[in-house]
Design a protein around this ligand. Structure first.
Ligand SMILES: Cc1cc2nc3c(=O)[nH]c(=O)nc-3n(C[C@H](O)[C@H](O)[C@H](O)COP(=O)(O)O)c2cc1C
Length: 336
C-alpha cells in the first residue's frame, strides 16, 4: 500500500512531490510529473512585485495553474507586504491551486536584493509578521519552502517555530543554508531535528532519489520528500519511487523511452506556450537532460541546443533513427 500524506485537510496520494524550479517547472513539466505519479507539484517562483505591477507574462504563469491536472502549490516570492497582499488577490482571482507556497530559500543576488528568498531568514521577527499576514490574507492553506538558515544549519529549529506560530500548514526544507547554495551534501540531520519539533508536515529536500530515499525516510522521518533536479529529463522518477516503495524494480531507461518522454514534453510545451520563441529557448536547457545518462549525451546536446523552434527538436529526435550510430563510450547507466 502506497503511503499518503496530509497537509491541513488535504490528502496527497503519495509522499513524492515535485519541487519548484524557475525556468523548468512550468505547466508542461508539472503535467509530466503528475502523469508519472507525483502527488503535488510546485510552480516556478512567481514574483509578487511583478504581479502587483501588472506584468502580463507573470500573470500567464498564474493562469496556467487553471490547466494543471493535479494538486499544485503556487509559489510566490517577495518581501513587501503591500505588494504581496495585492499578489495574493491576483492569484486567488486568476489561479487554481491547492496551496499557496512562499519562497524563503532562493539564494540568487537578484532576489536577495529585493530582501526576498533566503534574505528573509535573517530577521525572524519580520518573517513572522510577513508570514502571518500572508496566512491571514490567503483563502488557501499557506505552506513555505525554506533553507536551513542563512549561514547556520541549526537555525532551522527557530525558523520552523516561527513559521508554525504564523500559521503555516507545511514546510519543505532544502537541507542547505543560503551560504551553501547547491554545494556539498545536504544536512539531513538538521532536517531531522526540525522534524522532531515540528507540529506541521515536513517535506525533506536536497539530492533525493531512489538510491537514498529509504535512508532519508529512516533518518529524517519526513512526511514526504521533494524531488527537483533529479526530475529534469526524468519525469519517470516518480513512478520509480512508487515502484521502489512497493518493492518493484525501476524500469531501465532506454533511448526510445527517453525520446518518447521528450516528445511528450515538447508537445505539452507547444500546447501551453504563450511565446513559442521563449519556449524553444527554454527547451535548450531541458531537452539535453533527457539524455544526460547516455553515452551519446554530448552529441545529443550539441544537436539539441541549436534548435530554434519547438519543431526543430522534434526533427532532431526523429532524425536519430539509430542511437548506436552516435559515437561515444557506452559507460552510462542506460541501456539502448
Ligand atoms: C534551476 C533551479 C531553479 C530553482 N528554482 C527554485 C524556485 O523557483 N523556488 C524554490 O523555492 N526553489 C528553487 N530551486 C531550489 C529547488 O527547489 C531545490 O530546493 C534544490 O534544487 C534542491 O533539491 P534537489 O537536490 O532535489 O534539486 C531551484 C533549483 C534549481 C536547480
Amino acid at each position: 500500500m502506497i503511503k499518503e500524506f496530509k497537509i491541513d485537510s488535504v490528502t496527497l496520494k503519495n509522499r513524492y512531490v515535485e519541487g519548484p524550479m524557475a525556468g523548468f517547472t512550468d505547466l508542461a513539466m508539472r503535467t509530466l510529473a503528475f502523469e508519472h505519479g507525483a502527488s503535488l507539484a510546485y510552480t516556478e517562483m512567481i514574483s509578487a512585485n511583478a504581479l502587483a505591477y501588472g506584468s502580463s507574462e507573470t500573470l500567464d504563469m498564474v493562469k496556467d495553474t487553471q490547466k494543471d491536472i493535479g494538486p499544485v502549490a503556487l509559489q510566490l516570492f517577495g518581501s513587501e507586504i503591500p505588494n504581496i497582499k495585492k499578489a495574493i488577490a491576483i492569484v486567488e482571482t486568476y489561479g487554481k491551486y491547492t496551496f499557496l507556497d512562499f519562497n524563503l530559500g532562493c539564494p540568487v543576488p537578484k532576489v536577495m536584493k529585493q530582501n526576498a528568498g533566503s534574505h528573509l531568514l535573517k530577521d525572524l521577527d519580520y518573517l513572522y509578521t510577513l508570514m502571518k499576514t500572508i496566512v491571514e490574507t490567503s483563502h488557501h492553506p499557506v505552506i513555505a519552502k525554506t533553507r536551513l538558515g542563512f549561514s547556520n544549519p541549526e537555525d532551522i529549529v527557530n525558523i520552523v517555530k516561527t513559521l508554525e506560530a504564523a500559521g503555516v500548514k507545511a514546510i519543505a526544507i532544502h537541507g542547505r543554508t543560503r551560504d551553501e547554495f547547491y554545494l556539498g551534501k545536504p544536512h539531513y540531520d538538521s532536517i531531522a531535528k526540525a522534524k522532531e519539533i515540528a507540529t506541521v508536515p515536513i517535506i525533506a529536500n536536497g539530492n533525493i532519489d531512489v538510491s537514498n530515499v529509504d535512508k532519508v525516510f529512516a533518518k529524517v522521518k519526513p512526511d514526504a520528500v521533494m524531488i527537483c533536479r533529479k526530475a529534469l529529463g526524468h519525469p519517470t522518477i516518480f513512478t520509480d519511487l512508487l515502484n521502489h516503495e512497493e518493492g518493484k524494480e525501476s524500469v531501465v531507461d532506454s533511448f526510445n523511452n527517453q525520446k518518447t518522454l521528450l516528445l511528450e514534453h515538447l508537445r505539452l510545451e507547444a500546447e501551453s506556450s504563450h511565446n513559442p520563441l521563449k519556449s524553444a529557448l527554454q527547451m535548450r536547457a531541458i531537452a539535453p537532460t533527457y539524455f544526460i545518462d547516455f553515452p551519446y549525451a554530448r552529441q545529443m546536446r550539441t544537436a539539441l541546443v541549436k534548435c530554434q523552434t519547438l519543431s526543430d527538436y522534434v526533427a532532431v529526435l526523429n532524425g536519430v533513427v539509430n542511437p548506436e550510430s552516435l559515437s561515444g563510450e557506452n559507460n552510462g547507466r542506460a541501456n539502448v
